[in-house]
Write a protein that binds this ligand. Structure first.
Ligand code: DC
Length: 220
């Protein structure tokens, strides 16, 4: 069984996907990690991020492995644990250069399908999972939340890590990421026609999972 979860950055889809996979005892595929790993390689190698062929070459040279570690999934590239290195602000801010070029997406979509094939039942999370990568998935979710609520959560999360962030700046970053996610020509963030839409604004993380489980049970 394949369950896809797509949605914008900060909507809560990643937490939901991880928890859902755990509760169902399914594997979990973090497809954002493939774009992040490509970006990390490009930054480390000093590649011109706007050079689409060079970015596609970085993607083609990935040797990715994802491995469950406690409640999380560790990401390795060519044997190196890059789980933390792909989550820095620098990688987050530049991942759009990996996400936009069709040549990169072609390589990474193929990689994601290959990884999926080895997983058995799995939950996959990204932007184009229900539309492009796994259009035949049994259950598709599209997770949304308002920009303001996503910014509020992010500011709270940063505060927990001891960082004081300005709400308006965080909100502007989120809206900027939305713009680049929704507007790219290939693999844009888009609601699959057959998706169940969940707005997480009023939800606790647990409520989102419960709504998802209720839909999955209904579809079995
Ligand atoms: O979900 P995330 O923040 O880890 O995603 C990182 C980047 O990759 C972000 O720019 C969106 C992009 N992405 C994508 O284009 N397609 C996916 N399936 C997953 C992520």
């Amino acid at each position: 069984m394949i369950i896809t979860i797509d949605g914008p950055a900060g909507s809560g889809k990643s937490t939901a996907a991880r928890n859902l996979a755990k509760q169902l005892q399914f594997a979990f595929l973090d497809t954002g990690a493939t774009y992040r790993a490509t970006t990390l390689r490009a930054l480390r190698e000093g590649v011109d991020l706007t050079d689409e062929a060079a970015m596609a070459d970085c993607a083609a040279r990935l040797e990715l492995r994802m491995q469950r570690r406690g409640d999380d999934v560790a990401v390795f590239d060519d044997g190196e644990d890059i789980s933390l290195a792909i989550r820095t602000e620098e990688v987050s801010a530049n991942a759009r250069y990996a996400a936009k070029p069709p040549a990169v997406r072609e390589v990474l979509v193929a990689l994601q399908r290959d990884m999926g094939q080895q997983l058995g039942d799995f939950v996959t999370e990204g932007r184009d999972q229900g539309t492009v990568v796994f259009p035949n998935a049994e259950v598709k979710f599209f997770v949304t939340a308002s920009g303001e609520e996503r910014a509020r959560r992010r500011v709270e999360q940063l505060a927990e890590q001891g960082e004081i962030a300005d709400f308006e700046t965080v909100l502007a970053n989120i809206l900027d990421r939305d713009e680049s996610d929704y507007s790219r020509a290939v693999g844009p963030l888009k609601q699959p026609e057959d998706a169940i839409v969940i707005n997480t604004d009023p939800n606790t993380p647990q409520q989102t999972i419960e709504q998802m489980l209720a839909h999955i049970q209904g579809s079995r």
